[in-house]
Ligand binder design. Structure first.
Ligand SMILES: Nc1nc2c(ncn2[C@@H]2O[C@H](COP(=O)(O)OP(=O)(O)OP(=O)(O)O)[C@@H](O)[C@H]2O)c(=O)[nH]1
Ligand SMILES: [Zn+2]
Length: 400
């Protein structure tokens, strides 16, 4: 009995160490075995009829029928491993012809992929769904085979280089992936109308750092004149000191666009921003071919002025060698997988200070806090410190 248990464990451990392709082969086989078993079971017509009548063949009550073995994939995976062992096929996984592509957009159960065959709809191989914790996302690099109907079947997903996500606004524990494999998170803000919001920028800045991509700030509507312009520009200087890349642009007057395009060339960029900052206008100025609906064009078309971009969409602009992912306008941007003790590490201005009296100092009101000292002496910008406190307020406590 103990030996059997060990064998079972062994099979599962070996399964974990297989390549993705081998795993998939085994899972396919497991699914086939399970299906065959189910069909066999449903063939037992008279047994089933007896069961429905509440009696088995021997006339015993159905409640005392032996429990059916679990349909759990784990057991079938183990059986498939045994089968592969006995037939010696594990090391000879068939190399089907696979093509490479990038996921352009997502819809229920699949989406659109841009690959060697142009753009086509795709579906996911069912075993893949079992291997992946989250489904595929926009920007995903995938390997697909061609199905008989001319659509793609995603067989493998490449390791992600970056993941830009946020919590679901209604279910905060649920991660909503905005885009993957991106080089830049390009945040569009406006100088005014809507007002420049550095608190929002600070959150996205942290989200970008977590994702593994670089943060880029595009300050749009630079053509506007308004009384607090100097104040906003001073704020920008502070971000520059923190090492943030900033482009001052005007989509309306085509200012600073060429510089931005040159910077984005050959890189994958996801564009984010709150509604009305001119993200759609900016993308259309970058490339009129994108033809993204702006608030004005929507109103002219009789729309109600609400967002039309409901999902992220990946665009490749061959002429300029730009990879751009457009996203719906965000109303809020919260952070995930970060706790109260970790937030300080996302504020580079806190680095290099002498350590606080308490090594678990959260820099709120503790005695001997060097961050508070530096804020008082104007060595740390108070507005940024205020942002730190506001974000801190929204985060969960550390687990320890
Ligand atoms: N003055 C000025 N206005 C601009 C500029 N860019 C966009 N706008 C105006 O700002 C408004 C909003 O522009 P959109 O491009 O629709 O903004 P958006 O960020 O895409 O907004 P949503 O689609 O709602 O997410 C429109 O009335 C644009 O004409 C700019 O550079 N300067
Ligand atoms: Zn402190």
């Amino acid at each position: 009995m103990a030996k059997k248990k060990k064998q079972k464990q062994n099979h599962l451990e070996r399964f974990e160490n297989l390549s993705d392709e081998q795993k998939m082969e085994i899972l396919s086989s497991a699914a086939r075995l399970r299906k065959a078993h189910k069909m066999k079971r449903s063939d037992r017509g008279d047994w089933k009829r007896n069961l429905e009548r509440g009696r088995d063949h021997s006339g015993k009550s159905a409640s005392r029928m032996p429990q059916q073995k679990s349909d759990g994939l784990e057991d079938w995976t183990r059986k498939a491993m045994e089968l592969a062992d006995s037939m010696n096929t594990l090391d000879k996984v068939s190399e089907r012809e696979l093509f490479q592509g990038v996921v352009k957009s997502i819809s229920r159960g699949g989406g659109i992929v841009r690959g060697s065959h142009g753009e086509m709809t795709f579906s996911l191989k069912s075993e893949l769904a079992m291997l992946q914790k989250t489904g595929v996302s926009v920007g995903e690099e995938i390997f697909y085979s061609m199905k008989g109907d001319g659509n793609a079947l995603v067989e493998r997903i490449a390791k992600r280089k970056s993941i830009f996500s946020r919590p679901d606004p209604l279910r905060p524990k649920l991660e909503r992936v905005i885009a993957v494999n991106i080089d830049y998170v390009c945040m569009v803000s406006s100088l005014d109308s809507p007002a420049f919001n550095p608190y929002f920028i600070d959150r996205v800045l942290i989200g970008a750092r977590q994702s593994g991509a670089d943060f880029v700030l595009c300050l749009n509507k630079m053509d506007l004149e308004f009384k607090d312009k100097e104040k906003v520009l001073k704020e920008l200087d502070y971000y520059r000191k923190l090492g943030v890349t900033i482009f001052e642009v005007s989509a309306e007057e085509d200012l600073g666009i060429d510089e931005l395009k040159l910077f984005l060339k050959g890189k994958k960029s996801v564009f984010v921003g709150t509604s009305g900052v001119g993200k759609s206008s900016l993308l259309n100025t970058i490339s009129p071919g994108l033809d993204i609906k702006t608030q004005e064009t929507r109103e002219k078309a009789g729309g109600r002025g609400r967002h039309t971009t409901v999902m992220s969409t990946f665009h490749y602009l061959e002429e300029d060698d730009l990879y751009i992912i457009d996203t719906p306008g965000f109303r809020e941007f919260n952070l995930m997988e970060i706790n109260k003790d970790e937030l300080k590490f996302y504020f580079p201005e806190f680095e290099g200070l002498e350590s606080c009296k308490f090594n678990n100092c959260q820099h709120i009101h503790e005695l001997g806090c060097t961050v508070l000292d530096a804020v008082e002496k104007d060595e740390i910008y108070e507005r940024r410190y205020d942002s730190y406190l506001r974000i801190l307020d929204t985060l969960p406590k550390s687990d320890t």
